[in-house]
Design a protein around this ligand. Structure first.
Ligand code: ATP
Length: 362
């Protein structure tokens, strides 16, 4: 078990007179055995961060520290870190047994009997003992992914780095491997950084998640902290599916004012946004109520644009004036296109952000 620290880790790429800050002074500490998911949209700097930890990319400034010792100037092979890639990177001319055992052969002087024993143990833990004599081209995507994991596990590293390891699998297998991988990491208890752009993967797998945008860390917290108390509008919109709905409103005399409605807020909410005459209101689809009639506090008139029934829930696209919102409602509720409805946004579900900076106010 090991602690991994990233201290003001920075990467600037320069070329053709231009400079791109791919990773902007990221500061992060992973506890022993923690599974941390680094998540963010394409190009936010996830892979570059991972590659700097692995030593595959030089750092512009900052430090990568494992158990108090700086790794920053060490070659990749001198770091006790194993990486699992998206494309598996298996040797095509080697069997499963040889692929998993290759690292041991190169870095230890174990005899072949002991090597084989370890390979078989790892294969058994991954449920691929039947595939030991097969070549990669004879394996399915999920099986190849297990072999790639086996190759990382057998090294018994201090840190695992995983770069979108499930993204080449079909949706069903991805969900299954997500659970298996998480259970495996729990058993092995190896400190892990897992990179994905998929917020569902982040939410379901991470002990904590670190959300990155334009190279900057936006928030680090448990999945539920990031969901319930997003640090800013970016995190609020990125975590949760369908995404949080947003609209800008004026704020005056304990009211949120939009051309379609006038929402009376409590004193506590008014205090949280004191001094702001414009704020961004956010509400999650699952927090919107579609109610009968307008006999409700702070009614909001809307028109049903489209209904997407998914079985247990339906996603309802709504127009509030010319603003499109999505509500997630119990599947039994029926609506027609063009139907006029009334919405209720419970005040304790409202998120309010500084309309300029996006920082969370409430
Ligand atoms: P994705 O999910 O698409 O892989 P990412 O979050 O992993 O994206 P990075 O690959 O780390 O993002 O890239 C971060 C930024 O750095 C991007 O703007 C990218 O264009 C830039 N970048 C990455 N590698 C290089 C490079 N070798 N030279 C120049 N710019 C680079």
């Amino acid at each position: 078990m090991s602690q991994l620290e990233l201290r003001n880790l920075r990467k600037e790429f320069t070329g053709g007179g231009e400079s791109v800050v791919a990773v902007d002074d990221v500061d992060l500490t992973l506890n022993d055995g923690e599974f941390l998911v680094l998540v963010g949209p394409s190009g936010c700097g996830k892979s570059t961060t991972l590659r700097m930890i692995a030593g595959l990319e030089s750092v512009t400034s900052g430090d990568v520290i494992v158990d108090g010792e700086s790794m920053t100037d060490l070659e990749p092979r001198e770091r006790d870190i194993a990486m699992v890639f998206q494309n598996y990177a298996l040797y095509p001319h080697m069997t499963t047994r040889e692929n998993i055992g290759f690292g041991l052969k190169m870095t230890t002087d174990l005899d072949s009997e002991e090597r084989n024993r370890q390979v078989e143990d790892v294969a058994e833990s991954l449920g691929i003992e039947e595939l030991l004599d097969d070549y990669p081209k004879e394996l399915s995507g999920g099986q190849q992914q297990r072999v790639a994991l086996g190759r990382a596990i057998i090294r018994d590293p201090e840190v695992f780095l995983m770069d979108e390891p499930l993204s080449n699998l079909d949706a069903k297998l991805r969900t299954q491997m997500r659970t298996e991988l998480k259970a495996l990491q729990d058993d092995l208890n190896v400190t892990t950084v897992y990179v994905t752009h998929d917020q569902t993967e982040a939410m379901t797998m991470g002990d904590r998640i670190a959300i990155l945008n334009h190279g900057e860390l936006q928030q680090v917290g448990t999945p539920l902290e990031c969901y319930h108390q997003p640090a800013n509008k970016f995190v609020a919109g990125f975590i949760g599916a369908p995404s949080m709905n947003f609209m800008d409103v004026a704020s005056k005399n304990e009211r949120l004012i939009h051309k379609m409605f006038d929402y009376e807020i409590s004193e506590a909410t008014a205090q949280a946004i004191e001094g702001y005459d414009r704020v961004t209101l956010g509400i999650r689809p699952e927090d919107i109520r579609i109610v009968d009639g307008s006999d409700v506090q702070n009614p909001i008139p809307a028109e049903v644009h489209l209904v997407e029934p998914l079985g247990d829930v339906s996603h309802v696209a709504l127009n509030i004036g010319n603003k499109r919102f999505t509500a997630a409602v119990p599947g039994g509720q029926k609506f027609d296109r063009g139907e006029e409805v009334t919405l209720h946004f419970p005040e304790d579900s409202l998120h309010l952000f500084d309309a300029t900076s996006g920082q969370t106010l409430k």
